[in-house]
Design a protein. Structure first.
Length: 303
């Protein structure tokens, strides 16, 4: 299994750099960054609070690291035209010398779309846009010229130059809708990602593989990743305070031995890459300490 880090976009920039550079030095596989502009609000209202912009951060991290894959988890499709995304992805691939992963999703966070006047669209149209964007981006990355006309986009004999450093810059599709999103992933994705428990992951992979069979795609050609909030410690009193809480996301919680058992369930479900958010790890020194504990006492069991 691969293990990658996901620093919070609400951390100060210098903390993000220190987390990622530390992971670059200590053998992690990748560093991902979320694409948001403000903290989420359950009522869709704009919220104050610092959130670093994804594409600027990825370019900077690509220049500050030497080993890690760097990618978006995931870029909201409606925020940027797909031709702009393809050109930016190529540039970051050059900055990183061929380590970029382009993660793309349909988008979901109501308050930032509403506050900035970006139409979130109803789900069917949103997924139509995502499917067209995947077609445009993969063509721009891999073909000399691209033309596509749909109700959503019009691309006419468009170049994208320079091409990526990688012979095939990976497109990661994020999301777990079984009828549309997983079919889009089966058609276009080199990688697929979603928040899941091990049991849910196993089920979603079965759905993804059915779509692949219908489309004539080898499902083994799609790299599969997931993530969970991490509550890892040797302090049993600290862990006790978190065991009964519901963070609203899949989680990995416990002592190193307990978390090893939880990661093993993900491995057995077919996970290729487990992504570790640092969002629950507190301030910088404790976050780095927890990441080191995860690397040496958990990830080391899954070479």
């Amino acid at each position: 299994m691969r293990f990658s880090v996901w620093p919070s976009p609400e951390r100060p920039w210098q903390d993000v750099v220190e987390v990622v550079e530390h992971c670059d030095r200590t053998g992690w596989a990748g560093a991902y960054f979320a694409d948001h502009f403000m903290p989420n609000d359950p009522d869709g209202e704009p919220r104050d609070g610092p959130v670093l912009e994804c594409w600027a951060v990825m370019a900077a991290l690509a220049a500050r690291t030497t080993r890690l894959r760097v990618g978006s988890l995931v870029a909201g499709n409606l925020y940027r035209h797909p031709a702009v995304v393809a050109n930016a992805a190529c540039t970051i691939d050059h900055i990183s010398a061929g380590r970029f992963v382009l993660g793309l999703g349909a988008g979901w966070q109501v308050n930032e779309h509403r506050a900035y006047g970006i139409d979130l669209l109803e789900p069917g149209r949103r997924l139509d846009h995502l499917e067209d964007a995947c077609a445009i981006i993969t063509s721009l990355l891999r073909e000399r010229r691209t033309s596509l006309e749909s109700p959503n986009y019009r691309i006419v004999d468009a170049p994208c130059d320079p091409k990526p450093v990688q012979p095939k810059l990976p497109l990661l599709v994020g999301g777990k809708g079984e009828r549309r999103t997983l079919r889009i992933a089966a058609r276009f994705a080199d990688e697929w990602n979603s928040w899941t428990t091990p049991e849910e992951f196993r089920h979603k992979i079965e759905v993804l593989e059915r779509h692949c069979a219908e489309l004539g795609r080898d499902p083994a050609s799609i790299h599969r990743s997931t993530q969970g909030l991490v509550f890892l410690s040797t302090d049993t009193a600290w862990l006790a305070r978190h065991r009964s809480a519901d963070p609203g996301r899949p989680r990995l919680l416990g002592t190193p031995a307990e978390v090893v058992e939880q990661v093993a369930r993900y491995r057995d479900a077919g996970v290729d890459e487990l992504i570790v958010p640092d969002w629950t790890m507190g301030r910088l020194p404790r976050a780095i300490e927890t990441l080191d504990l995860f690397r040496t006492e958990v990830a080391a069991h899954f070479p």
